[in-house]
Ligand binder design. Structure first.
Ligand code: ZN
Length: 141
């Protein structure tokens, strides 16, 4: 069965004018279809929304954020291509800062794990001592 989504549907989706059922359907298709995501972006660009960005819209719909385990797979490059594209889109086009921060976190974690245990210990010691330093400096103020 082929599901068709018109631009009017997409706009209605953005405006939360769809029924819950239809909205869920559109959302599902958006997740699965990069082309549809592009179309939604186009529509938003062409429409003068005035106050909201696509990022806000996506966040508001909770559409955008992949799970942390998915981000982990993304960092490790073991995610299926469709999801990889989705996350790329989410980071680059939607510009989600939450996921970007998560991603940075995971990357540094991965780096830590691939480093030798010795250097990791050294680094965490360094981190602890500089954190202690920061704390004492703040206390002095
Ligand atoms: Zn996100």
């Amino acid at each position: 069965m082929e599901k068709q989504i018109s631009n009017a549907d997409l706009l209605a989706y953005l405006d939360e004018m769809l029924t819950e059922e239809r909205s869920a359907e559109v959302e599902q298709l958006l997740r699965e279809t990069p082309q549809l995501q592009e179309r939604l972006l186009e529509l938003t660009r062409n429409r003068d929304t005035g106050q909201r960005s696509i990022g806000e819209v996506w966040r508001r719909h909770g559409l955008s954020c992949p799970s942390r385990s998915e981000l982990t797979s993304y960092v490790l490059s073991i995610l299926e291509p469709a999801r990889t594209d989705y996350i790329k889109f989410h980071l680059d086009n939607v510009g989600c800062r939450v996921c970007q921060a998560n991603l940075d976190d995971l990357k540094s974690l991965q780096q830590t794990l691939t480093e030798s245990p010795e250097s990791e210990t050294r680094r965490s010691r360094y981190f602890e001592s500089s954190a202690g330093l920061l704390r004492s400096q703040r206390d002095d103020e």
